[in-house]
Design a protein around this ligand. Structure first.
Ligand SMILES: *[C@@H]1O[C@H](CO)[C@@H](O)[C@H](O)[C@H]1NC(C)=O
Ligand SMILES: *[C@@H]1O[C@H](CO)[C@@H](O)[C@H](O)[C@H]1NC(C)=O
Ligand SMILES: *[C@@H]1O[C@H](CO)[C@@H](O)[C@H](O)[C@H]1NC(C)=O
Ligand SMILES: *[C@@H]1O[C@H](CO)[C@@H](O)[C@H](O)[C@H]1NC(C)=O
Length: 426
């Protein structure tokens, strides 16, 4: 049990000393980029079984840092990557929280127990602050989706001025994986079809709506998808292996805010249960009898307000199998970022046929793609609907550098007057 705490296989690699400049210039950090590889606590899967675990205080770089990337994949005990057609990685999510220093978190806990710890989430900047609080999170596409935050930007973490007294910044990891070795219907199991899981109640014992035929409410922790009769298969010990890249924080790094848009978002309604982000949705099959006249594409749209504007410096979508692309549009209709899936065409990990193995990313030239405070953005998520699909998703991550901060930091560097003087003036 204690292995996870002491960071099993924790490999430190210090790099990029070559790129250091002797003279400090704006937007060029003197701090080298560091990276480390960690393993989640182990989880165990047999054919058809599901895990949906919440691991607390997972190994992570500490201190006041700028996060530069987060990459992950499922590996076995020997460290060998496991392909998606064996272990389908439905999603992993990494969320920050302030943990009370005097409280030692359990390695694993149900999220509903979280309130007993007297901790606070460190949420991203929006839009779904109840359901999508994470800093990072992807699914099957994780092996071939770039998460790199371009220079001079960084995701600021662990600023001592922001951490409440008596607390420290920790990380929570949610891993949801489905073992589809030997199952009757691989797509059905990955889309969490309730009939295949023989589930009629959610994980809290509440009966499901009659029209709910698939999605997260049917493939929770300990559920079991239907396996072919007589299929053997061993129980396996697996890990999420993740690589974090970061720099120590300094004033040349420009902080970025994380926004996650969700195509299931509905604006505030009288019944607050109906507003907010539902995270997943269902794609109905197109009318096949009329296929010649109609392209079988399900187009889902949602409008959301971005509270603060700035320069978009990164963008990428998250979709499930059958996804065929997603675009985030500005209020005037211009394209902010389009993210397209890559499907695998082989058997090996990272290239599994029929699965989304990567999503394309946007790295606009800094300053070339801007949004304004309070701008209404439109998210479009397209799926092929020659077949029906349950539990699909349409998320869009963007990183935004707020203009004011950037200008201020640049001028700080150019004039290089002491911070304390500036503070007194302000
Ligand atoms: C969550 O977001 C909504 C709407 O964007 C906002 O009204 C609310 O104050 C936010 N709640 C928290 C706890 O941040
Ligand atoms: C499905 O669940 C019901 C009751 O929970 C049980 O009686 C039945 O045997 C299950 N069917 C299968 C195929 O596992
Ligand atoms: C086929 O689609 C066209 C245009 O969407 C519609 O006018 C027509 O009635 C449809 N035909 C059938 C058989 O549904
Ligand atoms: C989504 O589908 C619509 C209609 O075919 C198309 O205009 C749009 O470009 C598509 N978006 C993406 C990202 O593929």
């Amino acid at each position: 049990m204690f292995y996870a705490r002491v960071c099993l296989l924790c490999i430190f690699i210090l790099s990029s000393s070559l790129t250091l400049n002797a003279i400090r210039s704006p937007g060029r950090s003197l701090n080298s980029v560091k990276s480390a590889i960690f393993l989640s606590p182990p989880f165990f899967l047999s054919p058809g079984s599901v895990i949906n675990k919440y691991y607390f205080d997972v190994p992570f770089p500490r201190g006041h840092i700028a996060l530069k990337s987060f990459d992950a994949e499922v590996v076995d005990e020997a460290g060998i990557p496991v392909p998606l057609h064996e272990t389908y990685l439905h999603h992993w999510v990494v969320e920050g929280y302030y943990g009370r220093k005097t409280t030692k978190d359990p390695i694993e806990a149900n999220p509903s127990e979280f309130e007993f710890f007297d901790h606070q989430f460190v949420k991203n900047s929006g839009i779904c602050n109840r359901t999508l609080r994470q800093y990072f999170g992807l699914g099957s596409e994780t092996r071939r989706t770039k998460t790199w935050v371009p220079d001079p930007y960084g995701i600021e973490v662990g600023n001592p001025e922001q951490i409440p007294d008596g607390f420290e910044h920790r990380w929570l990891m949610n891993v949801h994986a489905i073992d589809t070795r030997g199952v009757v219907d691989k797509l059905g199991c990955t889309e969490c079809r309730c009939s295949l899981y023989n589930v009629t109640k959610d994980e809290y014992g509440r009966p499901l709506r009659k029209d709910y035929i698939g999605g997260l409410w049917c493939c929770y922790d300990h559920t079991q998808c239907l396996v072919q009769e007589g299929f053997g298969g061993t129980r396996r010990k697996l890990y999420l292996r993740y690589k974090v890249t970061w720099q120590d924080w300094d004033n040349t790094i420009v902080p970025v805010k994380i926004y996650i848009f969700d195509v299931t978002y509905t604006a505030a309604e009288k019944d607050s249960a109906l507003s907010g982000c539902k995270v997943e949705y269902q794609v109905e099959q197109c009318d096949l009898s009329n296929r010649s006249n109609k392209e079988c594409i399900d187009i889902k749209k949602a409008k959301m307000i971005i509270p603060r504007g700035g320069d978009i410096v990164y963008g990428s979508a998250h979709q499930h199998s059958a996804g065929i692309g997603s675009t985030l549009y500005a209020q005037d209709g211009r394209v902010l970022c389009t993210s397209m899936p890559t499907y695998g065409d082989g058997k090996e990990a990272g290239n599994e046929k029929g699965y989304i193995v990567g999503m394309s990313t946007c790295y606009p030239t800094p300053g070339s793609v801007k949004v304004s405070d309070g701008e209404v953005l439109t998210l479009v998520s397209n799926y092929s609907n020659t077949e029906m699909h349950t539990g699909v998703m349409g998320l869009f991550y963007i990183l935004v550098a707020e203009k004011q901060e950037q200008v201020e930091k640049m001028s700080l560097d150019f004039h290089s007057f002491p911070l304390s003087v500036r503070d007194e003036v302000a």
